[in-house]
Write a protein that binds this ligand. Structure first.
Ligand code: IMP
Length: 181
């Protein structure tokens, strides 16, 4: 597995430290509320698990699966594979994402959660690829801004692999080049 990684972009230690900071900020911002974290499966699971440890106010966590990412390019089509199990009507929601690239996933999910009656929807993302953006949307809590490179690890996959790496790394191009040609 490690032989396919070109370099480590964000270390596990850095992710833990940044999660502590974001958790503290969310605890402050939502001091008089009870946020519902909506973690998007499967990529956000490690980050959501890390982040929630540092939120020291009452909160709940729910999961949704809306991914349609295939290979290394966004298809732009978003399927709801697993919907929420409960109502989020009048709730203060924080979507937890692994990475925002084009922003299409986030925009669609945000609109969907508002259409389900959420009072407010904010976004916490581990990684932000600002240069990949094609729709006008920004995350409210960002772990790390990263360059426009295909990354894996800490929940992020390439064809379902590499999610178990304890850091975020850049995948060697030869691993996916043949699929893009
Ligand atoms: P967007 O809709 O283009 O913003 O894509 C968001 C989703 O694409 C993320 O939740 C990831 O599943 C996937 N994605 C985007 N960039 C990468 C990457 O560099 N590595 C792995 N998955 C990625």
């Amino acid at each position: 597995m490690l032989e396919n990684i070109k370099k480590v972009l964000v270390s596990q230690e850095a992710i833990i430290e940044r999660s502590k900071e974001i958790g503290a900020q969310i605890s402050k911002d939502y001091a008089d509320k009870m946020p519902v974290l909506v973690a998007l499966l499967k990529g956000s699971v490690p980050f959501a698990a890390e982040l929630m440890k540092y939120i020291d106010i009452d909160m709940e966590i729910e999961f949704m699966d809306v991914s349609s990412y295939e290979g290394t390019k966004s298809t732009g089509e978003i399927k709801i594979i697993k919907d929420l199990d409960r109502s989020i009507k009048d709730c203060d929601v924080i979507i937890v994402e692994d990475i925002v690239d084009t922003g299409k996933t986030l925009k669609t999910v945000k609109e969907l959660l508002y259409s389900k009656g959420a009072k407010d929807v904010k976004v916490a993302t581990l990684l932000d690829k600002k240069y990949g953006r094609v729709v006008d949307i920004e995350a409210d809590y960002v772990g790390f801004d990263i360059p426009d490179e295909f990354v894996v690890g800490y929940g992020l996959d390439f064809n379902q692999k590499f999610r178990n790496l304890p850091f975020v790394g850049v995948l060697k191009e030869e691993c996916y080049r043949s699929e893009n040609e």
